[in-house]
Design a protein. Sequence first.
Length: 244
Amino acid sequence: MLTARCLPCGSNRLVTIGTPPQRLSLQIDTGSSDIWTQVSSSVLCNSQGDPCSVSGTYNNLTSSSYQYVNSDFLIQYGDGTGAQGDYCKETLGIAGVSINGVQIALGLAATSTEGVLGIRAQDILISLLGIGYSTNQAISIFQGQSGYPSLLDNMVSKKLIAARAFSLYLDDLNANTGSLLFGGIDTAKYSGDLLTLPVLNDGSTFTSFAVAMTSLSITKPGSNSATTLAASSFPISVILDSGS
């Protein structure tokens, strides 16, 4: 079980990277598949206002477990933010468990339609813990290269979990914590029966947690009745994305 820490940028989890461990907060993102972090020498982290102090930074020069892989990291998100830099293998710590040889990316440079990496008043996005399908890794989508073992792949191969699965509990919007459980479901977090939804593929493969939305209901403040929208365009494909 991994317990959340409330930060301005949404559902974050406190993790460590490197040896000795460097503590950071990364935003959980089910809509992407790369783990990447800002480095202390990046342009963003050295810009005015010290924006990286919110989540912390990683310094590969002080880590004995750092292993350079290549400089092919390049990623872009739907909101115009993005990053590029190096891939490396490192020791990742989650909930007190150390996982060796996890491939992560170092954001040496960042771009955004709103400045540097989407820094804005209502949202601070620094580093991400992508837990989507391996087929959605940046090196496959943007570089056309073969992917690498994901965090879940590493957990399964090292027998830390039995199933390549996770469950995310965000709790109420006003709650200070949530939880991320790798390898199973926390039955204490729901009542009744769970329902399964088929994931929609993207042509020939699965790249995102896309499901079919068949209708949309809206309830006005102070009203007890809901207005259901059922346009002819339904069902439509929607993505379960914790990073949005």
